[in-house]
Design a protein around this ligand. Structure first.
Ligand SMILES: Cc1cc2nc3c(=O)[nH]c(=O)nc-3n(C[C@H](O)[C@H](O)[C@H](O)COP(=O)(O)OP(=O)(O)OC[C@H]3O[C@@H](n4cnc5c(N)ncnc54)[C@H](O)[C@@H]3O)c2cc1C
Length: 444
C-alpha cells in the first residue's frame, strides 16, 4: 500500500506510475485489448484504465493505486452484473478475469478452490471429471466473483442449495489493504457478510467450496403454448412446490408470445424417478417441444466467454415470493400483456436453500419458493417502476443480483432487519470510508 498520491497528476495513468505487479496487466484506451474489456454484459463503459491483477498482492496494489488516484473504482469478475457496476466512465476497472483457476483439492470430500474470474461454466467443466458440481445459476458465462458474493440461485438449488451455501472460505482484500481469510474459524463475521453482501466488504480473490457429488443430471428444456398466463403461472407454482427437491425449474416468458420456455433439471440419474417427477410438468399447458436427456451438469451451464458489448440494456426489477398466488399471477401476466415486461423469469428456490437458518448467512431469505425477475425495454422504465410499486406489497424479500432500482429502501427488502443492522455495523468496521459503495451500498 505504498504508492505516491496521483490525484491531479499530469499525464494520467501510465505504466511507469503503476506498481510493478500491475504493469503487465494495464490496459489503456489506446490498447487493442481495451475494446473487449471496456464494456460489461449490460453497460457500455469508457474507463480510463483496466487493471488485470493476477494475485491477491496485486489486488492490494491496485486498490492502493486507485484510492490514491481519486478515480472511481469498479470491481469485475465475469462482467455479468445486471446493475452495471463492473465498469465505469473515466475510472479504473479492476478486472479479475485472469484469476480464473479451478482446482479440485480433494475429490473425496469435494473440496475445491476457485478464482473469482472463472465463469461458472468453466467451474462446471473442471469439476465434472471428478463427479462434482456446485449449483450456480442458469448461465455458464456468469462470473464466480459476482454470483458467489450475492447468493447463486442455480438449476440444482432445491437439491444442493445456493452457491454461497457450498462456500467454506474466501480470501478477501479489504478496504484497508489487508488480505484476510474469511471462514467459520477465521473472521467469521466477514465470512457471514461475504455470503450475500460481499460486494460491500472487499474483493474476494479466492473461494473455497465443498462441491456436491453430482454424477449427472436429467435435464429438459420444455416449450409451452400458453394461452392463459394467469392460470399457467399458478399451476406452475403449485407444481414446482410439490416436486421432489431433485427438481429445480426456471420459467421464461416473453411479451407478445404465447410460447413459454422452461429449464427443468432433475439432479441425479435415476431415470424412473426423474420421469415421475417430470410428468406433472408435461400437463401444465400444451407442450410444443422438449425432452429429458441425461447429461453432465456442465452441459446445462456451458460457457461461451463471448466478449461483452454492453448491448443488453434491459431495466430490471425483482423480488422473492413464497407462492405464485392469484394476485401475483394477475399482475405479472398484466405486465407481459401490456408489454411493460419484455421478459418474465421465475426461478425456483426453496428445498435445500430453505434448510439453512435465515441468520446463518447475510442472504437471509430461507422460506420463499420463487425468485421473480422482470426485464423491460429502457423506454418503459417508468411504467415498470410504477407497476412494481403495485406488486411490492405482495413480495417477500429481494435478491439484489436481479435488481436495478438504486433506492436505498431496496436494502430493507434485501436483508431482514437484524441482518441489515449487523451488516451496517460490519460495514463501519471493514469499510468505514465506503470504498466499496458501487453496488447497493450499506451506509454504516
Ligand atoms: C444472463 C444472466 C443470467 C443470470 N442468471 C442468474 C441465475 O440464474 N442465478 C443467479 O443467482 N444470478 C444470475 N444472474 C445474476 C448474476 O449472478 C449477477 O449479475 C452476478 O453479479 C454476476 O457475476 P459477475 O462476476 O459476472 O459480475 P460482475 O459484473 O463482474 O460483478 C458485478 C459486481 O459484483 C461485485 N463483485 C464482482 N466480483 C467480486 C469479487 N471478486 N469480490 C467482491 N465483489 C465482487 C462487484 O460489486 C461488481 O461490480 C444472471 C445474470 C445474467 C447477466
Amino acid at each position: 500500500m505504498s504508492s505516491a498520491p496521483l490525484r491531479g497528476m499530469a499525464g494520467g495513468i501510465t505504466r511507469s506510475s503503476l506498481p510493478s505487479s500491475l504493469r503487465e496487466g494495464l490496459v489503456l484506451p489506446s490498447d487493442p485489448r481495451y475494446g473487449p474489456l471496456r464494456h460489461t454484459y449490460s453497460y457500455r463503459g469508457s474507463p480510463a484504465a483496466v487493471l488485470r491483477p493476477r494475485t491477491a498482492g496485486a489486488v492490494v496494489d491496485a486498490l492502493s493505486y486507485t484510492t490514491a488516484s481519486g478515480l472511481p473504482l469498479s470491481v469485475r469478475s465475469g462482467g455479468h452484473g445486471i446493475s452495471s457496476t463492473s465498469t465505469n466512465d473515466g475510472g479504473i476497472v479492476l478486472d479479475l478475469s485472469a484469476m480464473n483457476t479451478v482446482d479440485v483439492l480433494d475429490s473425496g470430500t469435494g473440496r475445491v478452490r476457485v478464482g473469482p474470474g472463472a465463469r461458472w461454466g468453466e467451474v462446471a467443466q473442471a469439476l465434472s471429471p471428478a463427479g462434482l458440481a456446485i449449483s450456480s445459476g442458469d448461465s455458464g458465462d456468469v462470473g464466480v466473483g459476482g454470483l458467489a458474493t450475492a447468493g447463486g440461485i442455480g438449476l440444482m438449488g432445491r437439491k444442493h442449495g445456493l452457491a454461497i451455501d457450498s462456500m467454506t472460505a474466501a480470501t478477501v482484500v479489504t478496504a484497508g489493504g489487508k488480505v484476510l481469510t474469511a471462514s467459520a474459524a477465521e473472521n467469521p463475521d466477514l465470512f457471514w457478510a461475504v455470503r450475500g453482501a460481499g460486494a460491500n466488504f472487499g474483493i474476494v480473490t479466492e473461494f473455497e467450496f465443498t462441491a456436491s457429488k453430482v454424477p449427472g443430471v436429467i435435464s429438459t428444456t420444455v416449450q409451452y403454448d400458453i394461452s392463459d398466463t394467469v392460470g399457467f403461472l399458478q399451476r406452475w407454482g403449485d407444481t414446482v412446490e410439490a416436486a421432489p427437491r431433485e427438481i429445480t425449474a426456471f420459467l421464461y416468458l416473453f411479451a407478445g408470445s404465447t410460447a413459454g420456455m422452461a429449464s427443468i433439471v432433475y439432479a441425479g440419474l435415476d431415470a424412473d424417478a426423474a420421469r415421475r417427477a417430470l410428468t406433472p410438468f408435461s400437463v401444465l399447458a400444451p407442450v410444443l417441444g422438449g425432452g429429458p436427456q441425461a447429461v453432465p451438469y456442465a452441459a446445462v451451464v456451458s460457457s461461451t466467454r463471448a466478449p461483452h458489448t454492453g448491448a443488453v440494456s434491459l431495466q430490471t426489477r425483482s423480488g422473492l415470493v413464497v407462492h405464485l398466488d392469484a394476485a401475483i399471477a394477475v399482475r405479472l401476466s398484466g405486465m407481459l400483456a401490456s408489454g411493460t415486461a419484455a421478459t418474465l423469469q421465475i426461478r425456483a428456490v426453496g428445498g435445500r436453500i430453505n434448510d439453512v437458518d435465515a441468520g446463518a448467512t447475510a442472504y437471509g431469505h430461507r422460506h420463499q419458493n420463487f425468485s421473480i425477475f422482470v426485464g423491460s425495454d429502457p423506454a418503459r422504465r417508468g411504467e415498470l417502476w410504477r407497476e412494481w410499486e403495485g406488486l411490492h406489497p405482495h413480495l417477500d424479500g429481494l435478491y439484489l443480483s436481479f435488481e436495478m432500482d438504486k433506492d436505498p429502501r431496496r436494502l430493507a427488502d434485501a436483508f431482514p432487519p437484524a441482518s441489515l443492522a449487523r451488516l451496517r455495523d460490519l460495514k463501519a468496521a471493514y469499510d468505514p470510508a465506503g470504498l466499496f459503495n458501487a453496488n447497493f451500498p450499506l451506509r454504516p
